[in-house]
Design a protein around this ligand. Structure first.
Ligand SMILES: Nc1nc2c(c(=O)[nH]1)N[C@H]1C(S)=C(S)[C@@H](COP(=O)(O)O)O[C@H]1N2
Ligand SMILES: [Mo]
Length: 361
């Protein structure tokens, strides 16, 4: 295993994918050992550019199908009810680069996940204060960032049904891990919707518009849909499917990042599992590439909105092994062994396969 320095990977990544990959970094997987991801290690996904925002003139505008329009400064938002919670984010494109053929977009392997402590004000009371008119069906969240995608000039914006928006889960966050949002994570304000794939958490949020017709914008009707091979947009991407990742054991080889254990013997494998559909109920671990499975011990949950730690004892024999972990949630969803295919490569929650080389003494 390994191979000499400079070995060329195949199939080759394109310059377009590389440009996206260097902007949108993933979680260094060793950070899976932390329940709360330090801000600089949290993955990033930015469709366009990070917009320049002056916090002194910033306003959150709330309007559309409301009884009254609201215009709130950051001080107004900070004066409202404050809540703080750890929330696990996962990009809907996580696992895309493991698909074959590979859809050309941000080429995530498994690292587009993180859990930060988000602090802000709950969305529902603010919408109640604006007063949804009887015909309102959705809330549209618009960011300040603009770009061109699929030939459409646009602001990044996504809608939620009014029911979801008023459910009590969503948060208008102005702090990440106890500090003002970093520019790359949406300064000064973003939406945080626990349980949903990452695209829902609109950054640089400046406007909330209640709509009387469902939003048909790009990020709702073209992006973030499960497409068939025929190119027909299917179901929208919504809540996260169950997934588990292993804290990479041992040490990495520099060029390939393959894992090496320096000696045989007992090791505690650790990892984190999450699902946006129901609480994590079970994590199984395989050390033989999925032929046999054992049950991991679940650590106490840190929050209903965050991933759950697990551990599994392994007496590692010298030689080559493939580690796998498989999460199941209380709604009966289990990670598949083979990647679920769709044209844009969303929601690939296939079981991770992590090769490990255990050196002999
Ligand atoms: N305004 C805006 N919000 C956005 C995005 C964006 O490009 N623009 N990217 C979305 C996507 S696809 C993801 S996965 C998450 C990533 O959040 P993070 O970069 O803070 O981890 O932000 C979402 N919110
Ligand atoms: Mo994403």
């Amino acid at each position: 295993m390994g191979g000499p320095a400079g070995t060329v990977a195949s199939p080759d990544i394109t310059p377009a994918e590389l440009r996206l990959a260097v902007r949108n970094h993933g979680l260094p997987l060793e950070a899976l050992r932390e329940p709360i991801t330090p801000a600089g290690l949290h993955y990033l996904l930015i469709h366009y550019d990070i917009p320049a925002v002056d916090p002194d003139t910033f306003r959150l505008e709330v309007g559309g199908a409301t009884e009254r329009a609201l215009s709130l400064t950051l001080a107004d938002l900070r004066a409202r009810e404050q809540v703080s919670m750890p929330v696990t984010f996962e990009c809907a494109g996580n696992g895309r680069a493991l698909l074959s053929p590979r859809p050309v977009s941000q080429p995530w392997l498994t690292e587009a996940v993180g859990t930060a402590q988000w602090t802000g004000t709950p969305l529902a009371p603010l919408l109640e204060e604006a007063g949804p008119r009887p015909g309102a069906v959705e809330a549209l969240f618009s960011g300040l960032d603009r770009g061109v995608e699929g030939g459409v000039v646009q602001s990044y914006e996504r809608a939620l049904s009014l029911t979801d928006a008023l459910s009590g889960g969503p948060l208008l966050a102005y702090e990440m891990n106890g500090a003002p949002l970093p520019p790359q994570h949406g300064f000064p304000l973003r939406l945080v919707v626990p349980g949903w794939y990452g695209m829902t958490n609109v950054k640089w949020l400046a406007r909330i518009t209640l709509l009387e017709e469902p939003f048909q914008g790009y990020q709702q009707s073209v992006g973030y849909r499960l497409y068939g091979d025929d190119g027909v947009p299917g179901e929208p991407v919504t809540r996260m499917r169950p997934r588990s990742l292993i804290v990479p054991p041992g040490v990495p080889r520099f060029e390939s990042r393959e894992r090496v254990l320096e000696r045989p013997g007992p090791v505690t494998l650790r990892g984190r599992a999450w699902s946006g559909q129901a609480p994590i109920e079970r994590v199984e671990v395989s050390t033989d590439g999925g032929a046999t499975w054992g049950t991991a011990e679940l650590e106490p949950p840190i929050a209903a909105t965050a991933w759950r730690g697990w551990r599994f004892g392994w007496d590692a024999p010298a030689g080559e092994h493939v580690l796998c972990s498989r999460a199941a949630d209380a709604a009966g969803n289990v990670q598949p062994l083979e990647p679920p295919w769709n044209l844009k490569g969303y929601a690939n929650n296939a079981v991770e396969r992590l090769p490990v080389h255990v050196l002999s003494r």
